[in-house]
Ligand binder design. Structure first.
Ligand code: AMP
Ligand code: MG
Length: 344
């Protein structure tokens, strides 16, 4: 298969629009950017298209997919039994990086819900994602466009690395703005529960709903509430450890590792820009100024992928304890590290 690659401006051409629509309707896959990460899309009601996603990603079949819609009101077509506050959340946060888990209607196939009675639904805000939904006029399931287990794709080159000539169409939308996946919120009960933290935080949700449960860092002792949470995720090829302590302790610990390692084994460090010069001899990837959380979130997955490209076998990442995205960042880092943390 030879992948057809389109750019944003191509989406105004009639023949490209037809190609995207026909590809999805015939049960094949289209990769497109969203504001969170790149998604690999299939027509939600096409068994062939959905199977294609699971196959090409190598995704376990009990890890459900998020259904993307381009119109708020479509949520009523596919889900039912809404709590009164659901509409308030939609008004406040859609389009945007918030997935709502609701009771599904019969027409939503179990193949996308991993056999569950609920389905996750989101209206993305990225203009290309919305355009793809509008052109095709169908609901689209679009999990992150990465081989299962690897870091999500936030740059077009990541998508090429994983899927070139393995899907029909890819749309290049440059860098993902948010860079980590949507907040997943179970809204089936009176009090909503955060199943996966994201940039729409518990505090932000609580400006709309009086109480929200969860949002803390997921550790291996928790019972996974979103089926996908039990799987290894975001993992680089090398062995990643999160290092948690004050800045001086972290620098001295990592420096010691750099100085005592076998010289053939270069160590990788993921840190904020202020620490860039602190780790001589290591492969350092700085992901943003300490107070620039948006920038840090948008660069995290690129940092993990850069470690793979440089064939780094041992990676240390500094822990994040400050700022509104700390739960979302630590959730991704701890999974990438397979829960390995060094507390100093
Ligand atoms: P991804 O599409 O790769 O961003 O992963 C989707 C995430 O949403 C996974 O962690 C899923 O387990 C979670 N998810 C999707 N649908 C549901 C659902 N019906 N109930 C609980 N979690 C869900
Ligand atoms: Mg994913």
């Amino acid at each position: 298969m030879k992948t057809r690659i389109y750019k944003s401006e191509d989406l105004n051409k009639k023949e490209v629009q037809e190609d995207i629509k026909n590809t999805l309707l015939s049960g094949r896959n289209v990769i497109f950017p969203t504001e969170t990460v790149y998604g690999i899309g299939a027509y939600a009601l096409s068994e062939k298209g959905i199977k294609g996603i699971y196959e090409v990603k190598g995704r376990p079949s009990d890890n459900p997919l998020i259904m993307h819609i381009s119109n708020n009101t479509d949520i009523y077509k596919y889900t039912c039994d809404h709590q009164a506050y659901v509409e308030d959340l939609i008004q406040a946060f859609w389009p945007g990086p918030l997935t709502l888990v609701l009771k599904k209607k019969a027409q939503v196939p179990y193949i996308i819900t991993g056999g569950l009675e609920t389905v996750g639904v989101r209206m993305p805000s990225h203009p290309i994602a919305l355009k793809v939904l509008d052109i095709s006029d169908i609901p689209i399931c679009a999990p992150s466009a990465n081989i299962s287990g690897k870091p999500s794709s936030t740059l077009f080159e990541h998508v090429l690395e994983d899927f070139k000539d393995r899907v029909d169409i890819m749309i290049d939308g440059g860098k993902s703005q948010v860079g980590i996946e949507s907040t997943v919120l179970d809204v089936t009960a009176k009090i909503p529960v955060i199943l996966r933290p994201g940039v729409i935080t518990k505090e932000m949700l609580e400006t709309v709903v009086p109480q929200v449960i969860g949002g803390k860092i997921h550790t291996s002792d928790d019972i996974p509430k979103a089926p996908g949470m039990k799987y290894r995720h975001y993992a680089p090829k090398g062995d990643l450890m999160v290092v948690d302590g004050n800045i001086d302790q972290v620098i001295s610990y990592i420096t010691k590792q750099i100085n005592t390692t076998d010289s053939k084994n270069q160590i990788g460090v993921i840190c904020t820009t202020d620490l860039k010069e602190a780790f001589t001899g290591a492969f350092v990837y700085s992901i943003g100024e300490p107070n620039q959380e948006e920038e840090i979130a948008s660069n995290l997955f690129a940092a993990l992928r850069a470690m793979d490209k440089a064939n780094i076998e041992t990676i240390y990442a500094i822990a994040f304890h400050e700022g509104k995205y700390k739960d979302a960042l630590m959730n991704r880092l701890m999974k990438a590290a397979n829960q390995q943390i060094i507390k100093l």
